[in-house]
Design a protein around this ligand. Structure first.
Ligand code: NDP
Ligand code: GDR
Length: 373
């Protein structure tokens, strides 16, 4: 009998990689998708299986983390061996705009799932993974951050995720459930949402290279992050549910770079050498030279990156650096993809998209490239 997994947030970056990973392992995979007015399953369309066929092992259910009866019914129907709670309003800046919604989905949504497991009497059957985050460390109290580092959340998102973290621990301790937290540091990929900073950068650099956009506007370029690849991190999510005892783990690479450095690396991958000039709000990135043929629309002297204070946050997390020693020692997990390799993969993916758009435009077709970050 194959194991059954239920993934909330299956249409997101991590959900899509995790679904692929579990299907390859022979799982029957169920995912919860939200109802939207247009298609929102692009990241999982390639693994979609026609439900009219036989032996279908990937199923999508309409649902929402704000809807208790819906979640309970899906869990009752699916009887999962493992639940991966990846669904969330996951954008830190947006959480300042929609703090109450973020708390409902990210904090109480987690409680709803844990309560459903208990209500349905599945405490001994269903293992639970909670997508916790390095944002819990916020204003860092220790460097590098590990499992024992005190939390200091700096956004409505982080505060909601802190509730989710502790309620997961509490259900483990109170009801003897197999429930655990992966405290994951930033992880990216070509499937990363377009408004997170790495993807915003790789996409804009590619569009600028192909003449579809003029300038990239960013907020705090001094921010330091420990960036890994989502593929490496979903493997770890699964590993955490295969242990004898449920435990919480920090997942990180142990290296950090700045947003500015990520801009420089991305531009370089497209053949554009940048120099940064000016300070604070006046800082710009100027093109020093162009090589190769990926950036025919860019020339030396062009200013292609500027600062827009609109992207500053009311409270910022300046630096995050994780210590993944526990995951290495207890689970034998190490990340396989470096930030340089990941950045190159993301730029190449976005350059391919930009070249297709540019070609269409050249032949007179209307091309709208969404630019709002
Ligand atoms: P994404 O933003 O790419 O995906 C979030 C998913 O949650 C999407 O499928 C989204 O649906 C779904 N979702 C949003 N709101 C609801 C809701 N009300 N009910 C049900 N589903 C909802 O995030 P990632 O894949 O990057 O991250 C996965 C999880 O890991 C998130 O919980 C995030 O907070 C956490 N995390 C992420 C890190 C990262 O660096 N990527 C690091 C640490 C933690 P839709 O597609 O319809 O929008
Ligand atoms: P983060 O990711 O807030 O760390 O949360 P994001 O990529 O949004 O920001 C990283 C850093 O870059 C700075 N920054 C900008 N960010 C965005 N989005 N847009 C900009 O224009 C910009 N300019 C500078 C930010 O201020 C920040 O310091 C991500 C999410 O995936 C969370 O769900 C997850 O929990 C954490 O990572 C770990």
């Amino acid at each position: 009998m194959s194991k059954v997994a239920l993934i909330t947030g299956v249409t997101g970056q991590d959900g899509s990689y995790l679904a692929e990973f579990l299907l390859e392992k022979g799982y029957e995979v169920h995912g919860i998708k939200r109802r939207a007015s247009s298609f929102n399953t692009q990241r999982v369309d390639h693994i979609y299986q026609d439900p009219h066929n036989e032996n279908v092992n990937f199923h999508l259910h309409y649902g929402d983390l704000s809807d208790t009866s819906n979640l309970t019914r899906i869990i009752q129907q699916v009887q999962p061996d493992e639940i991966y709670n990846l669904g969330a309003q996951s954008h830190v800046a947006v959480s300042f705009e929609s703090p109450e919604y973020t708390a409902d989905v990210d904090a109480i949504g987690t409680l709803r799932l844990l309560e459903a497991i208990r209500f349905l009497g599945l405490e001994k059957k269903t293992r639970f993974y909670q997508a916790s985050t390095s944002e819990l460390f916020g204003e860092v109290q220790e460097t590098p951050q590990r499992e024992t580092t005190p939390f200091y959340p700096r956004s409505p998102y982080a505060a909601a995720k802190m509730y989710a973290y502790w309620i997961t621990v509490n259900y483990r301790e109170s009801y003897d459930m197999y429930a655990c937290n992966g405290i994951l540091f930033n992880h990216e990929s070509p499937r990363r949402g377009e408004t997170f900073v790495t993807r915003k950068i790789t996409r804009a650099i590619s569009n600028i290279a192909q003449g579809l956009e003029k300038c990239l506007y960013l907020g705090n370029m001094d921010a330091l992050r420990d960036w890994g690849h989502a593929k490496d991190y979903v493997r770890m999510q699964w590993m955490m549910l295969q242990q004898d005892k449920p435990e919480d783990f920090v997942i990180a690479t142990g290296k950090q770079i700045s947003v500015r450095e990520f801009v420089r690396m991305s531009a370089q991958e497209a053949g554009i050498e940048l120099v940064f000039e000016g300070k604070g709000l006046e800082e710009v990135a100027v093109v020093k030279s162009v090589s190769g043929d990926d950036a025919p629309f860019v020339k030396a002297g062009d200013v292609i990156v500027r600062v827009d204070p609109k992207y500053f946050r009311p409270a910022e997390v300046e630096t995050l650096l994780g210590d993944p020693t526990k995951a290495k020692e207890k689970l034998g997990w190490t990340p396989e993809i470096t930030v340089e390799e990941m950045c190159a993969e993301m730029v190449q993916n976005d350059l391919t998209n930009a070249k297709q758009h540019a070609l269409l435009k050249k032949h007179g077709f209307d091309v709208n490239v969404a630019l709002e970050g």
